[in-house]
Design a protein. Structure first.
Length: 472
Protein backbone atom coordinates (compact mmCIF):
# COMPACT_ATOMS: atom_id res chain seq x y z
CA UNK A 1 0.00 0.00 0.00
CA UNK A 2 3.04 2.25 -0.41
CA UNK A 3 1.60 4.48 -3.11
CA UNK A 4 -1.52 5.16 -1.06
CA UNK A 5 0.60 6.00 1.97
CA UNK A 6 2.71 8.57 0.10
CA UNK A 7 0.35 10.22 -2.38
CA UNK A 8 -1.49 13.43 -1.58
CA UNK A 9 -2.91 16.41 -3.42
CA UNK A 10 0.27 18.36 -2.64
CA UNK A 11 2.52 15.63 -4.03
CA UNK A 12 0.40 15.36 -7.19
CA UNK A 13 0.73 19.12 -7.73
CA UNK A 14 4.39 19.16 -6.63
CA UNK A 15 3.51 21.99 -4.25
CA UNK A 16 5.42 22.64 -1.01
CA UNK A 17 3.71 21.97 2.29
CA UNK A 18 1.68 24.96 3.46
CA UNK A 19 0.90 26.28 -0.03
CA UNK A 20 -2.51 27.88 -0.43
CA UNK A 21 -4.34 26.56 -3.48
CA UNK A 22 -7.33 27.61 -5.54
CA UNK A 23 -9.35 24.41 -5.96
CA UNK A 24 -12.39 24.09 -8.21
CA UNK A 25 -14.92 21.36 -7.40
CA UNK A 26 -17.51 20.04 -9.86
CA UNK A 27 -19.75 17.25 -8.50
CA UNK A 28 -22.37 15.24 -10.37
CA UNK A 29 -25.96 16.50 -10.04
CA UNK A 30 -26.99 14.20 -7.18
CA UNK A 31 -27.21 15.30 -3.57
CA UNK A 32 -25.58 12.04 -2.51
CA UNK A 33 -22.55 13.38 -4.39
CA UNK A 34 -22.85 17.15 -3.90
CA UNK A 35 -23.04 16.98 -0.10
CA UNK A 36 -19.88 14.83 0.37
CA UNK A 37 -18.12 17.12 -2.13
CA UNK A 38 -19.21 20.07 0.00
CA UNK A 39 -17.96 18.38 3.18
CA UNK A 40 -14.55 17.87 1.56
CA UNK A 41 -14.64 21.48 0.34
CA UNK A 42 -15.16 22.63 3.93
CA UNK A 43 -12.23 20.49 5.08
CA UNK A 44 -9.99 21.97 2.37
CA UNK A 45 -11.14 25.49 3.23
CA UNK A 46 -10.18 24.91 6.88
CA UNK A 47 -6.70 24.07 5.59
CA UNK A 48 -6.40 27.53 4.04
CA UNK A 49 -7.38 26.74 0.45
CA UNK A 50 -9.79 28.78 -1.66
CA UNK A 51 -12.66 26.75 -3.11
CA UNK A 52 -14.83 27.40 -6.15
CA UNK A 53 -17.80 25.04 -5.80
CA UNK A 54 -19.50 24.72 -9.18
CA UNK A 55 -23.04 23.51 -9.82
CA UNK A 56 -26.40 24.76 -11.04
CA UNK A 57 -28.43 27.53 -9.35
CA UNK A 58 -31.23 25.37 -7.94
CA UNK A 59 -28.81 22.80 -6.55
CA UNK A 60 -26.58 25.38 -4.89
CA UNK A 61 -29.62 26.99 -3.30
CA UNK A 62 -30.65 23.60 -1.84
CA UNK A 63 -27.26 22.80 -0.27
CA UNK A 64 -26.67 23.14 3.48
CA UNK A 65 -25.42 26.54 4.56
CA UNK A 66 -21.69 27.11 4.93
CA UNK A 67 -20.43 27.92 8.46
CA UNK A 68 -19.79 31.68 8.73
CA UNK A 69 -16.08 31.16 9.44
CA UNK A 70 -15.65 29.43 6.05
CA UNK A 71 -17.90 31.68 3.96
CA UNK A 72 -15.01 33.78 2.66
CA UNK A 73 -13.09 30.67 1.55
CA UNK A 74 -15.84 28.92 -0.43
CA UNK A 75 -17.34 30.63 -3.47
CA UNK A 76 -20.38 29.10 -5.15
CA UNK A 77 -20.30 29.31 -8.92
CA UNK A 78 -23.71 28.92 -10.55
CA UNK A 79 -23.82 27.59 -14.12
CA UNK A 80 -27.20 27.53 -15.85
CA UNK A 81 -28.22 24.00 -16.83
CA UNK A 82 -29.12 23.90 -20.55
CA UNK A 83 -32.62 22.89 -21.57
CA UNK A 84 -32.80 19.39 -23.02
CA UNK A 85 -35.81 17.73 -24.64
CA UNK A 86 -37.03 14.93 -22.37
CA UNK A 87 -35.77 16.55 -19.16
CA UNK A 88 -38.61 17.81 -16.93
CA UNK A 89 -38.76 21.56 -16.49
CA UNK A 90 -36.79 22.84 -13.48
CA UNK A 91 -35.10 19.46 -12.97
CA UNK A 92 -31.48 19.98 -11.95
CA UNK A 93 -30.72 16.90 -9.83
CA UNK A 94 -31.34 13.16 -9.87
CA UNK A 95 -33.93 13.56 -7.10
CA UNK A 96 -35.99 15.68 -9.53
CA UNK A 97 -36.32 12.96 -12.18
CA UNK A 98 -37.31 9.32 -12.58
CA UNK A 99 -34.39 6.91 -12.94
CA UNK A 100 -35.30 6.41 -16.60
CA UNK A 101 -34.75 10.13 -17.24
CA UNK A 102 -31.29 10.46 -15.70
CA UNK A 103 -29.71 10.06 -19.15
CA UNK A 104 -31.36 13.37 -20.13
CA UNK A 105 -29.87 14.97 -17.03
CA UNK A 106 -26.44 13.71 -18.13
CA UNK A 107 -26.97 15.24 -21.57
CA UNK A 108 -27.81 18.57 -19.94
CA UNK A 109 -24.78 18.21 -17.63
CA UNK A 110 -22.55 17.76 -20.67
CA UNK A 111 -24.02 21.01 -21.96
CA UNK A 112 -22.27 22.81 -19.08
CA UNK A 113 -18.91 22.17 -20.77
CA UNK A 114 -18.56 25.56 -22.58
CA UNK A 115 -19.46 27.64 -19.52
CA UNK A 116 -17.24 25.54 -17.26
CA UNK A 117 -14.34 25.80 -19.71
CA UNK A 118 -14.79 29.58 -19.79
CA UNK A 119 -14.75 29.76 -15.98
CA UNK A 120 -11.61 27.61 -15.79
CA UNK A 121 -9.85 29.66 -18.47
CA UNK A 122 -10.62 32.92 -16.66
CA UNK A 123 -9.86 31.74 -13.12
CA UNK A 124 -7.12 29.13 -13.72
CA UNK A 125 -7.41 27.18 -10.46
CA UNK A 126 -4.45 25.08 -9.38
CA UNK A 127 -6.61 21.96 -9.27
CA UNK A 128 -10.05 20.74 -10.26
CA UNK A 129 -11.73 17.90 -8.38
CA UNK A 130 -14.62 16.26 -10.22
CA UNK A 131 -17.01 13.34 -10.21
CA UNK A 132 -17.45 10.31 -12.48
CA UNK A 133 -19.75 11.94 -15.06
CA UNK A 134 -17.92 14.81 -16.92
CA UNK A 135 -15.80 12.59 -19.19
CA UNK A 136 -14.73 15.64 -21.22
CA UNK A 137 -13.37 17.59 -18.25
CA UNK A 138 -9.89 16.04 -17.74
CA UNK A 139 -8.88 16.94 -21.30
CA UNK A 140 -10.27 20.48 -20.94
CA UNK A 141 -8.37 21.01 -17.69
CA UNK A 142 -5.14 19.50 -19.00
CA UNK A 143 -5.10 21.89 -21.97
CA UNK A 144 -5.32 24.78 -19.50
CA UNK A 145 -2.51 23.39 -17.33
CA UNK A 146 -4.87 22.62 -14.44
CA UNK A 147 -4.20 19.55 -12.29
CA UNK A 148 -6.92 16.91 -12.30
CA UNK A 149 -8.21 14.62 -9.53
CA UNK A 150 -11.24 12.31 -9.54
CA UNK A 151 -13.19 12.20 -6.25
CA UNK A 152 -14.98 8.85 -6.27
CA UNK A 153 -17.93 8.43 -3.92
CA UNK A 154 -18.53 4.86 -5.02
CA UNK A 155 -16.70 1.99 -3.39
CA UNK A 156 -13.46 0.58 -4.70
CA UNK A 157 -15.17 -2.78 -5.33
CA UNK A 158 -17.73 -1.10 -7.59
CA UNK A 159 -15.07 0.52 -9.79
CA UNK A 160 -12.99 -2.66 -9.82
CA UNK A 161 -15.97 -4.66 -11.08
CA UNK A 162 -15.91 -2.62 -14.32
CA UNK A 163 -12.30 -3.50 -15.04
CA UNK A 164 -9.08 -1.84 -16.19
CA UNK A 165 -9.14 1.55 -17.91
CA UNK A 166 -8.83 0.20 -21.45
CA UNK A 167 -11.75 -2.18 -20.93
CA UNK A 168 -13.94 0.70 -19.79
CA UNK A 169 -12.91 3.14 -22.53
CA UNK A 170 -12.66 0.76 -25.49
CA UNK A 171 -15.70 -1.37 -24.69
CA UNK A 172 -13.51 -4.47 -24.70
CA UNK A 173 -15.10 -6.18 -21.71
CA UNK A 174 -14.79 -9.95 -22.28
CA UNK A 175 -18.05 -10.47 -20.39
CA UNK A 176 -20.86 -10.65 -22.93
CA UNK A 177 -23.61 -12.83 -21.45
CA UNK A 178 -25.77 -11.92 -18.44
CA UNK A 179 -24.32 -14.84 -16.48
CA UNK A 180 -20.83 -13.33 -16.83
CA UNK A 181 -21.84 -10.46 -14.54
CA UNK A 182 -23.28 -12.81 -11.92
CA UNK A 183 -19.84 -14.02 -10.85
CA UNK A 184 -16.67 -12.30 -9.68
CA UNK A 185 -14.90 -10.20 -12.33
CA UNK A 186 -12.02 -12.08 -14.05
CA UNK A 187 -9.40 -9.47 -13.03
CA UNK A 188 -10.10 -9.78 -9.29
CA UNK A 189 -7.35 -12.07 -7.92
CA UNK A 190 -8.88 -12.78 -4.51
CA UNK A 191 -12.01 -14.62 -3.40
CA UNK A 192 -15.11 -12.43 -3.25
CA UNK A 193 -18.87 -12.38 -3.89
CA UNK A 194 -19.01 -9.00 -5.63
CA UNK A 195 -21.40 -9.70 -8.50
CA UNK A 196 -24.84 -8.74 -9.69
CA UNK A 197 -27.98 -10.84 -9.33
CA UNK A 198 -30.05 -11.73 -12.36
CA UNK A 199 -32.70 -9.06 -11.77
CA UNK A 200 -29.93 -6.42 -11.60
CA UNK A 201 -28.27 -7.40 -14.87
CA UNK A 202 -30.28 -5.09 -17.12
CA UNK A 203 -28.84 -2.08 -15.33
CA UNK A 204 -25.30 -3.45 -15.59
CA UNK A 205 -25.56 -4.22 -19.31
CA UNK A 206 -27.32 -0.90 -19.96
CA UNK A 207 -24.50 1.03 -18.29
CA UNK A 208 -22.19 -0.18 -21.07
CA UNK A 209 -24.47 1.04 -23.88
CA UNK A 210 -24.67 4.55 -25.28
CA UNK A 211 -27.69 6.47 -24.00
CA UNK A 212 -29.29 9.73 -25.19
CA UNK A 213 -26.22 11.63 -23.96
CA UNK A 214 -24.24 9.91 -26.73
CA UNK A 215 -21.93 7.86 -24.51
CA UNK A 216 -22.25 5.07 -21.96
CA UNK A 217 -21.87 5.43 -18.20
CA UNK A 218 -18.92 3.02 -18.20
CA UNK A 219 -17.18 5.06 -20.92
CA UNK A 220 -17.69 8.20 -18.82
CA UNK A 221 -16.03 6.65 -15.78
CA UNK A 222 -13.26 5.14 -17.91
CA UNK A 223 -12.35 8.49 -19.48
CA UNK A 224 -12.39 10.10 -16.04
CA UNK A 225 -9.98 7.48 -14.70
CA UNK A 226 -7.82 7.69 -17.82
CA UNK A 227 -7.45 11.48 -17.68
CA UNK A 228 -6.99 11.95 -13.93
CA UNK A 229 -3.68 12.24 -12.14
CA UNK A 230 -5.02 10.59 -9.00
CA UNK A 231 -8.17 9.14 -7.46
CA UNK A 232 -9.56 10.33 -4.14
CA UNK A 233 -12.00 7.74 -2.80
CA UNK A 234 -14.42 7.44 0.10
CA UNK A 235 -12.94 4.24 1.47
CA UNK A 236 -10.54 3.24 4.24
CA UNK A 237 -7.91 0.47 4.20
CA UNK A 238 -9.25 -0.90 7.50
CA UNK A 239 -12.41 -2.14 5.73
CA UNK A 240 -11.98 -4.29 2.59
CA UNK A 241 -8.65 -2.59 1.91
CA UNK A 242 -7.63 -5.15 -0.73
CA UNK A 243 -9.96 -3.40 -3.19
CA UNK A 244 -7.95 -0.18 -2.90
CA UNK A 245 -4.77 -1.99 -3.91
CA UNK A 246 -6.55 -3.62 -6.84
CA UNK A 247 -8.01 -0.29 -8.00
CA UNK A 248 -4.52 1.21 -8.05
CA UNK A 249 -3.17 -1.77 -9.99
CA UNK A 250 -5.99 -1.70 -12.57
CA UNK A 251 -5.66 2.01 -13.37
CA UNK A 252 -1.94 2.65 -12.74
CA UNK A 253 -2.30 5.82 -10.72
CA UNK A 254 -2.32 6.85 -7.07
CA UNK A 255 -5.46 6.01 -5.11
CA UNK A 256 -5.83 8.25 -2.06
CA UNK A 257 -8.34 7.06 0.57
CA UNK A 258 -10.34 9.77 2.33
CA UNK A 259 -11.67 7.44 4.99
CA UNK A 260 -15.41 6.82 5.18
CA UNK A 261 -16.25 10.51 5.74
CA UNK A 262 -18.83 9.74 8.46
CA UNK A 263 -21.41 12.49 9.04
CA UNK A 264 -19.99 15.56 10.80
CA UNK A 265 -21.00 16.04 14.43
CA UNK A 266 -23.03 19.15 13.61
CA UNK A 267 -25.56 16.97 11.78
CA UNK A 268 -26.74 15.54 15.08
CA UNK A 269 -25.86 18.11 17.72
CA UNK A 270 -28.47 19.56 20.05
CA UNK A 271 -28.68 23.02 18.46
CA UNK A 272 -31.89 22.24 16.59
CA UNK A 273 -33.55 20.01 19.18
CA UNK A 274 -36.49 22.39 19.12
CA UNK A 275 -36.93 22.11 15.35
CA UNK A 276 -40.62 21.31 14.81
CA UNK A 277 -39.93 18.28 12.59
CA UNK A 278 -37.44 16.74 14.99
CA UNK A 279 -39.58 17.45 18.06
CA UNK A 280 -42.46 15.50 16.52
CA UNK A 281 -40.28 12.58 15.43
CA UNK A 282 -38.35 12.47 18.69
CA UNK A 283 -41.58 12.43 20.70
CA UNK A 284 -42.71 9.29 18.88
CA UNK A 285 -39.30 7.62 19.21
CA UNK A 286 -39.10 8.45 22.92
CA UNK A 287 -42.27 6.42 23.49
CA UNK A 288 -40.63 3.24 22.13
CA UNK A 289 -38.43 0.74 23.93
CA UNK A 290 -34.66 0.87 23.59
CA UNK A 291 -33.33 -0.73 20.37
CA UNK A 292 -36.85 -1.85 19.38
CA UNK A 293 -37.52 0.36 16.34
CA UNK A 294 -36.64 -0.43 12.73
CA UNK A 295 -35.82 2.68 10.71
CA UNK A 296 -36.90 2.28 7.06
CA UNK A 297 -35.57 4.58 4.34
CA UNK A 298 -34.86 3.77 0.71
CA UNK A 299 -33.23 7.03 -0.36
CA UNK A 300 -34.48 9.94 -2.43
CA UNK A 301 -33.59 8.48 -5.82
CA UNK A 302 -34.92 4.91 -5.80
CA UNK A 303 -37.93 4.61 -8.11
CA UNK A 304 -40.26 2.41 -6.08
CA UNK A 305 -43.27 0.83 -7.75
CA UNK A 306 -46.66 0.74 -6.07
CA UNK A 307 -46.16 -3.02 -5.62
CA UNK A 308 -42.82 -2.38 -3.87
CA UNK A 309 -44.53 -0.04 -1.41
CA UNK A 310 -47.52 -2.33 -0.82
CA UNK A 311 -45.46 -5.44 -0.08
CA UNK A 312 -43.11 -3.48 2.15
CA UNK A 313 -46.07 -2.12 4.11
CA UNK A 314 -47.58 -5.60 4.49
CA UNK A 315 -44.25 -6.98 5.70
CA UNK A 316 -43.58 -4.21 8.19
CA UNK A 317 -47.04 -4.54 9.71
CA UNK A 318 -46.99 -8.33 9.97
CA UNK A 319 -43.46 -8.40 11.44
CA UNK A 320 -44.80 -7.02 14.71
CA UNK A 321 -41.67 -4.88 15.04
CA UNK A 322 -42.12 -1.14 15.72
CA UNK A 323 -40.95 0.88 12.73
CA UNK A 324 -40.37 4.44 11.53
CA UNK A 325 -40.77 4.56 7.74
CA UNK A 326 -39.49 7.60 5.85
CA UNK A 327 -41.67 7.48 2.72
CA UNK A 328 -41.24 10.80 0.96
CA UNK A 329 -42.94 11.26 -2.41
CA UNK A 330 -40.34 11.79 -5.16
CA UNK A 331 -40.49 15.18 -6.90
CA UNK A 332 -41.21 13.51 -10.26
CA UNK A 333 -44.19 11.48 -9.00
CA UNK A 334 -47.57 13.07 -9.68
CA UNK A 335 -49.36 11.38 -6.79
CA UNK A 336 -48.42 9.91 -3.44
CA UNK A 337 -47.98 6.18 -2.92
CA UNK A 338 -51.07 4.33 -1.75
CA UNK A 339 -50.75 2.35 1.45
CA UNK A 340 -52.96 -0.70 2.12
CA UNK A 341 -56.47 0.21 3.22
CA UNK A 342 -56.59 0.89 6.96
CA UNK A 343 -52.80 0.47 7.28
CA UNK A 344 -52.07 3.73 9.08
CA UNK A 345 -54.95 3.19 11.51
CA UNK A 346 -53.80 -0.34 12.36
CA UNK A 347 -50.19 0.68 13.06
CA UNK A 348 -51.08 3.56 15.41
CA UNK A 349 -48.58 3.63 18.27
CA UNK A 350 -46.32 0.89 16.87
CA UNK A 351 -45.52 2.28 13.45
CA UNK A 352 -44.98 5.70 11.90
CA UNK A 353 -45.07 6.62 8.21
CA UNK A 354 -43.32 9.96 7.77
CA UNK A 355 -44.06 11.56 4.39
CA UNK A 356 -41.82 14.63 4.62
CA UNK A 357 -38.08 15.18 4.92
CA UNK A 358 -36.62 13.41 7.96
CA UNK A 359 -33.29 14.02 9.77
CA UNK A 360 -31.87 10.56 9.08
CA UNK A 361 -28.74 10.76 11.20
CA UNK A 362 -30.62 12.00 14.26
CA UNK A 363 -33.10 9.14 13.90
CA UNK A 364 -30.39 6.51 13.45
CA UNK A 365 -28.65 7.72 16.60
CA UNK A 366 -31.79 7.66 18.76
CA UNK A 367 -31.63 5.04 21.52
CA UNK A 368 -34.93 3.44 20.48
CA UNK A 369 -33.65 2.55 16.99
CA UNK A 370 -32.20 -0.95 16.70
CA UNK A 371 -32.02 -1.66 12.97
CA UNK A 372 -32.00 -0.08 9.51
CA UNK A 373 -33.88 -1.26 6.41
CA UNK A 374 -31.91 0.42 3.62
CA UNK A 375 -31.45 0.55 -0.16
CA UNK A 376 -27.68 0.28 0.44
CA UNK A 377 -26.59 3.61 -0.94
CA UNK A 378 -23.08 3.83 0.47
CA UNK A 379 -23.70 7.02 2.47
CA UNK A 380 -26.66 5.40 4.21
CA UNK A 381 -24.67 2.24 4.92
CA UNK A 382 -21.87 4.27 6.51
CA UNK A 383 -24.38 6.21 8.62
CA UNK A 384 -26.15 3.07 9.82
CA UNK A 385 -23.07 1.00 10.62
CA UNK A 386 -21.29 3.94 12.25
CA UNK A 387 -23.94 3.85 15.00
CA UNK A 388 -23.88 0.05 15.24
CA UNK A 389 -27.16 -0.81 13.51
CA UNK A 390 -27.62 -4.16 11.72
CA UNK A 391 -28.92 -3.82 8.17
CA UNK A 392 -31.88 -5.29 6.33
CA UNK A 393 -30.92 -4.69 2.72
CA UNK A 394 -33.15 -3.95 -0.25
CA UNK A 395 -30.88 -2.73 -3.07
CA UNK A 396 -32.29 -1.41 -6.35
CA UNK A 397 -29.68 0.12 -8.66
CA UNK A 398 -26.10 1.10 -9.55
CA UNK A 399 -23.70 0.07 -6.74
CA UNK A 400 -26.35 -0.84 -4.18
CA UNK A 401 -26.44 -4.55 -4.95
CA UNK A 402 -22.66 -4.88 -4.78
CA UNK A 403 -22.60 -2.97 -1.49
CA UNK A 404 -25.21 -5.39 -0.13
CA UNK A 405 -23.12 -8.44 -1.12
CA UNK A 406 -20.01 -7.08 0.63
CA UNK A 407 -21.88 -6.06 3.78
CA UNK A 408 -23.73 -9.38 3.96
CA UNK A 409 -20.38 -11.16 3.66
CA UNK A 410 -19.14 -9.04 6.55
CA UNK A 411 -22.05 -10.29 8.64
CA UNK A 412 -23.78 -6.97 9.43
CA UNK A 413 -27.16 -7.99 8.01
CA UNK A 414 -29.09 -9.77 5.29
CA UNK A 415 -30.69 -9.04 1.95
CA UNK A 416 -34.45 -9.47 1.73
CA UNK A 417 -35.02 -12.52 -0.53
CA UNK A 418 -36.14 -11.50 -4.03
CA UNK A 419 -37.47 -13.09 -7.20
CA UNK A 420 -34.31 -13.57 -9.26
CA UNK A 421 -36.03 -12.72 -12.54
CA UNK A 422 -37.77 -9.43 -11.70
CA UNK A 423 -36.51 -8.44 -8.24
CA UNK A 424 -39.97 -8.54 -6.67
CA UNK A 425 -40.44 -9.49 -3.03
CA UNK A 426 -43.32 -10.45 -0.78
CA UNK A 427 -44.57 -9.03 2.48
CA UNK A 428 -44.00 -12.40 4.14
CA UNK A 429 -40.30 -12.37 3.25
CA UNK A 430 -39.96 -8.77 4.41
CA UNK A 431 -41.52 -9.71 7.77
CA UNK A 432 -39.32 -12.79 8.12
CA UNK A 433 -36.16 -10.75 7.40
CA UNK A 434 -37.16 -8.00 9.84
CA UNK A 435 -37.86 -10.43 12.67
CA UNK A 436 -34.61 -12.31 12.09
CA UNK A 437 -32.39 -9.23 12.26
CA UNK A 438 -34.31 -7.32 14.92
CA UNK A 439 -35.56 -9.85 17.49
CA UNK A 440 -34.72 -13.51 16.78
CA UNK A 441 -31.96 -15.18 18.77
CA UNK A 442 -30.38 -16.30 15.49
CA UNK A 443 -30.10 -12.65 14.43
CA UNK A 444 -27.91 -11.74 17.39
CA UNK A 445 -24.88 -12.42 15.21
CA UNK A 446 -25.87 -9.54 12.90
CA UNK A 447 -26.46 -7.19 15.80
CA UNK A 448 -23.12 -8.10 17.38
CA UNK A 449 -21.21 -7.76 14.11
CA UNK A 450 -22.74 -4.35 13.37
CA UNK A 451 -21.74 -3.19 16.84
CA UNK A 452 -18.21 -4.49 16.29
CA UNK A 453 -17.83 -2.89 12.85
CA UNK A 454 -19.14 0.43 14.17
CA UNK A 455 -15.84 0.81 16.02
CA UNK A 456 -14.10 1.23 12.66
CA UNK A 457 -16.86 3.08 10.84
CA UNK A 458 -17.31 5.69 13.58
CA UNK A 459 -13.65 6.17 14.52
CA UNK A 460 -13.27 9.87 13.78
CA UNK A 461 -9.51 9.74 14.43
CA UNK A 462 -8.98 7.13 11.72
CA UNK A 463 -11.10 8.92 9.13
CA UNK A 464 -9.74 12.37 10.00
CA UNK A 465 -6.21 11.02 9.58
CA UNK A 466 -6.99 10.00 5.99
CA UNK A 467 -8.44 13.43 5.24
CA UNK A 468 -5.27 14.99 6.63
CA UNK A 469 -3.04 12.67 4.60
CA UNK A 470 -4.95 13.56 1.42
CA UNK A 471 -3.49 17.07 1.52
CA UNK A 472 -0.28 16.63 3.52
Amino acid sequence: MAAMDSASIMSILAKPQGSSLHIAMFPWLAFGHMIPFLEYAKFLAKKGHKISFISTPKNIDRLPKIPPNLASSITFVKLQLPRVNGLPENAEATMDVHNDDIEYLKKAYDGLQPDLASFLKNSLPDLIIYDSAPFWLPETAEKLGISRVFLCLFNAWFLCFFGPTDVMVNGSDPRKDPEDFMVSAPWVPFENRVAYRRFEINWMIGSGKNNVSGVSDIFRAGKILQGSQAVLIRHCPEFEGQWLNLLEALHHKPVIPLGLMPPPREQFDSSDDFNETWVSIKSWLNAQNKKSVLYVALGSEVSLSQENVTELAIGLESSGVPFFWSLRKPAWLNKSFELPEGFEDRIQGKGMVWKDWAPQMKILRHQSVGGFLTHCGWSSCVEGISVGLPLIMLPFLVDQGLNARVLADNGVGIEIPRNEEDGSYTGDLVAESVRLVMIDDDGKRFRDKASELSLTFSDSEIHQSYLEKSVN
